[in-house]
Each structure stands twice: as structure tokens, then as C-alpha cells.
Design a protein around this ligand. Structure first.
Ligand code: TYD
Length: 208
């Protein structure tokens, strides 16, 4: 199985992902967890360029290609082999982030970014994506003052990011679950687990 956690910065994605991975492991899944961009040597180098504190000019299109390139390596080196070995893969972000941050909010064409990413990932798509949704002011409060290159883009950009995730989720009703992440961590997690069970059962019914 292949799960993705995505959403606006500050939605509590990493905490929820860790709780979810622990739950999957307790249920007997052999879980591989990765961060996109990152988790490979090439991906970590690219992550450093994309999120680091430097003055190198990076155009929106180059930024999009860099995120996408890191993803290609992640798929080739880790995700594809793990899925072939029937492991359960959980990714911290995936294609939606590029389509939303560089597309809907970054003003590149979302359809083009889908096409490029289909090529970049050999069309490998998750069984389900959990999009954690919070109002931007709540997200910004949670992020505090130490912001990386992406997080410093301001409220207006992040309003477009949030709206972009919702727009994309509406295009994929059978593969995307929008999670209200304003609730307590335990309430959010129990919602995610309930929805995951439905996907896990559906998948095992299809396979038998
Ligand atoms: P994130 O993965 O949330 O890591 P951390 O929690 O360590 O900050 O941060 C990655 C940042 O990169 C985040 O601001 C979203 C952004 N991003 C894009 O703009 N496009 C992409 O394709 C991806 C994967 C991330």
C-alpha cells in the first residue's frame, strides 16, 4: 500500500504521519517512510538547495523541476523497490505539493505539472493521500518565527496553497481525504485511521 500525507506547512503533518506509521507497524505492516523532497542522497542535496538559506536565484520553473527531480530519484531508489516487495510506503508530501505550491500558488500551469510528474514518477500514484487542512493563520501561528525559504512566502501565497489543495482534492474524490486538522492530535489521528481502514479493506478485497 502507498499512503501520502500532504497539506499546507504548519498543519501538523509530520506528527500525524509518525502516529500513523506507528499504528501501521503495530498492525503488522512492513513500513517504509520517506520525505519528499529528501530520503536519498540526491534528494537531500536538492532539498538543501530548495529550502536552504542562500541567495542563489531559482526561477519558479527551475524550482518545480528540482522538486520533481528529487521525487524521481525517491521513486526509483526507494518507493518502487519497496512497493515491489509488498511493503507499505508512507510519504511526507508528493506530487500534490508541486502542483499546488509551484502550480496553483506559484502560477505555473497545474496540468503541465501533472504531465511532467507522471513522466517523472512512471505514473506511480498512492492508494490514498491525506490532506491536512487548517486555516492559514492557524498554520502560521504553529510555524512560529524560524521559517525556511518556502515558508517565508507570506500569507497571500499560503492562502493560494490551501485553496489549491482543496481544488486538487475535489478532482480526486476516490483517492484523497481532506482532514480537518484544527482538532486535537488524537481526534485527527483517529479520523485518519478510520479512513485508512476503508482503503486497506478495499485493497485487500480487490487482491483476493
Ligand atoms: P516539509 O516537507 O513540510 O518539511 P519541513 O516540515 O521540514 O519544513 O517542507 C517542504 C517545503 O517545500 C514546504 O514548504 C512545501 C514545499 N514543497 C514545494 O513547494 N513543492 C514540492 O513539490 C514539495 C514536495 C514541497
Amino acid at each position: 500500500m502507498f499512503f501520502v500525507f500532504d497539506g499546507v506547512d504548519g498543519a501538523g503533518k509530520s506528527t500525524q504521519l509518525q502516529m500513523f506509521v506507528q499504528w501501521l507497524s503495530d498492525r503488522g505492516h512492513d513500513v517504509v517512510t520517506c520525505k519528499d523532497p529528501g530520503s536519498t542522497e540526491l534528494g537531500e542535496r536538492i532539498r538543501g538547495v530548495l529550502l536552504g538559506d542562500h541567495e542563489i536565484p531559482i526561477s519558479m520553473r527551475a524550482e518545480m523541476m528540482l522538486f520533481t527531480t528529487a521525487r524521481t530519484q525517491l521513486i526509483q531508489q526507494i518507493v518502487k523497490p519497496a512497493l515491489n516487495e509488498k511493503k507499505t510506503v508512507v510519504l511526507d508530501r508528493y506530487i500534490f505539493s508541486t502542483v499546488v505550491y509551484q502550480g496553483h500558488a506559484g502560477e505555473l500551469n497545474p496540468d503541465e505539472l501533472w504531465s511532467i510528474n507522471r513522466v517523472a514518477t512512471e505514473g506511480i500514484m498512492p492508494d490514498t493521500t491525506f490532506i491536512l487542512d487548517v486555516p492559514v493563520d492557524v498554520a502560521m501561528q504553529r510555524l512560529g518565527d524560524s521559517l525556511d525559504r518556502m515558508e517565508s512566502r507570506g500569507i497571500e501565497y499560503f492562502e493560494k496553497v490551501r485553496a489549491g489543495f482543496i481544488r486538487e482534492a475535489q478532482q480526486w474524490p476516490d483517492q484523497v481525504e481532506v482532514i480537518d486538522a484544527t482538532r486535537s492530535p488524537d481526534a485527527i489521528q483517529s479520523d485518519i485511521r478510520d479512513r485508512a481502514i476503508a482503503y486497506i479493506e478495499r485493497k485487500s478485497a480487490n487482491q483476493s
